[in-house]
Each structure stands twice: as structure tokens, then as C-alpha cells.
Ligand binder design. Structure first.
Ligand SMILES: [Zn+2]
Ligand SMILES: [Zn+2]
Length: 144
């Protein structure tokens, strides 16, 4: 069971099942909505995920993308995409133990800041992972 929540503790969540798509997302929307140079995410089946305390405030970051954050402390917690309603993305660093779920690649590096120098030898994808159509290259730039 994965557990986590926002900085202030108002919102808590838990997720069962096996996480997937652990990634560092370099897209400009992740950057601008957090104020960080990139954001690390993982995905779980939505059926296995629940907020156990509080509810995030949600906003549309693109036509099909919805992000959730704590209205009190501002921690970004979730990303949901209309085309992939069976899954939810969660910010890795809102986990109680983010060290236990390291990213496996970098995505959307076409938007990466020039002063971010990657040296971890993880795969880098200009947009989404080549072998998947999770976030189609032609479908906009929102999404971890
Ligand atoms: Zn909070
Ligand atoms: Zn992103």
C-alpha cells in the first residue's frame, strides 16, 4: 500500500496495486503549476486509488487534463486525463516514502530547461514514451 498526502496534512491518499509509468516530466505545465523545474510522477489504476482524508481542488490544465492540489498548502497531488479514465497520476514526492519509488525515465524533454543537466542515465523521451500512446505527441503537451 502506497500512502501520501499534501504538505499540511489536510489531504491524504492511499493506493494499492502496482504503480507504473514512474517518470520525471519536463513539460511546461508541470513546471508552471508547481514552480519546480520538473515533476516526478507515478501512475496507478484509479480503482485502486482513493483520497482517505480531504479532497483536492481540481482545475483543468488542458482540455482533457485535470490537476488536483491542496487548497490550503498548494501541494500538487494528482493528474487525470479524460482519455485514460482508468488511471490516475500522483506526484511521487507527495508520497510518505518517495525514495521507495524512483523514476524510470524522463518524458517531455523537448520542454526541458537548458540548465537542467540530466546525468542519471535514465531513458529520455522527447514527448511520451515511444512504445506507448499514453500521451500522444500530437495531442498537446499536458501530462506527466
Ligand atoms: Zn495541504
Ligand atoms: Zn508534465
Amino acid at each position: 500500500m502506497l500512502t501520501g498526502g499534501c504538505f499540511c496534512g489536510r489531504i491524504r491518499y492511499e493506493a494499492a496495486g502496482t504503480p507504473f509509468h514512474e517518470t520525471n516530466c519536463h513539460c511546461s505545465i508541470c513546471r508552471r503549476t508547481t514552480g519546480a523545474p520538473f515533476v516526478t510522477w507515478f501512475s496507478v489504476p484509479r480503482s485502486q486509488f482513493r483520497f482517505v482524508c480531504g479532497e483536492p481542488t481540481r482545475f483543468k490544465s488542458t482540455a482533457k487534463g485535470t490537476r488536483g492540489f491542496c487548497p490550503q498548502c498548494g501541494t500538487q497531488l494528482s493528474f487525470e486525463h479524460d482519455d485514460f479514465a482508468s488511471e490516475i497520476d500522483i506526484t511521487t514526492c507527495s508520497l510518505d516514502d518517495p525514495g521507495a519509488l524512483p523514476p524510470k525515465d524522463h518524458t517531455r524533454t523537448s520542454s526541458k530547461l537548458n540548465w537542467v543537466q540530466l546525468a542519471d542515465r535514465l531513458p529520455e523521451y522527447q514527448e511520451s514514451r515511444q512504445e506507448e500512446s499514453l500521451y500522444p505527441v500530437s495531442g498537446g503537451t499536458d501530462g506527466p
